[in-house]
Design a protein around this ligand. Structure first.
Ligand code: GRF
Length: 213
């Protein structure tokens, strides 16, 4: 199976995928990495791994829809089976989502449905939450609202800051995201309408707890 990975930043999740493909933990090929930012650190990680790295700069387009159409066209020649959003910090429109529905995953740094959007760790701290975490979910038209597949919980400790939490949450992200992709590659994970199914069973509303079983 061929994957595309879309990034905007340092690409530590991208690196987790590169490593998982190299070890065989994820039997797939990363066919292309696309960044909307020319200065994204992850572009160097892709080139280092000899993966084609493409920039589609959102600033070159006057609307989200035009940008999304350019993304569709950049992906098309690579004929990928699965698109992985890994710290891709642009809101996508149906122009991109509709043709990739059911084969488009995202990772979000909160326990969805809590804290869609930005600044999730600070919001969890401000609310006095005991836990936060990360969620891998199918992408549908609703921002951070598609059906969750897996979540990993991280305890919030005294003295935690948004940065310290982000570090611990990211360590969990790097484990759960390739795992979910592997389920997809194995044909075990599908999106049917608005529901995520694993081994033909509808997943719970928050997705599988990565620490269960
Ligand atoms: C991750 O924490 C992800 O959850 C969030 O952006 C971050 C990306 O980090 N949406 P990286 O670029 O994979 O290092």
């Amino acid at each position: 199976m061929k994957l595309a990975i879309l990034i905007s930043g340092s690409g530590s999740n991208l690196q987790a995928f590169i490593d998982a493909c190299e070890t065989g933990e994820l039997p797939a090929e990363i066919a292309v990495v696309i960044s909307n930012r020319p200065d994204a650190g992850g572009l160097a990680r892709a080139r280092q791994a000899s993966i084609p790295a493409v920039v589609v700069n959102h600033r070159d387009f006057s609307s989200r829809e035009e940008f999304d159409q350019a993304l569709v066209e950049a992906l098309e020649p690579h004929r990928v089976d699965l698109v992985i959003l890994a710290g891709f910090m642009r809101i996508l429109t149906p122009v991109f989502i509709a043709p990739h529905r059911g084969r488009l995953l995202n990772i979000h740094p909160s326990l969805l449905p809590k804290y869609p959007g930005l600044n999730t760790h600070q919001r969890a701290l401000d609310a006095g939450d005991s836990h936060t975490g990360a969620t891998v979910h199918f992408v549908t038209e609703e921002l951070d609202g598609g059906p969750p597949v897996v979540h990993a919980r991280v305890a919030i400790e005294d003295g935690d800051t948004a940065e310290s939490l982000a570090g611990r949450v990211q360590q969990r992200e790097h484990r759960i995201y390739p795992l979910v992709a592997n389920w997809f590659v194995e044909g075990r994970l599908v999106l049917e309408g608005e529901q995520a199914l694993l081994d033909d069973a509808v997943l719970p509303p928050c997705g599988v707890d990565a620490d269960a079983g």
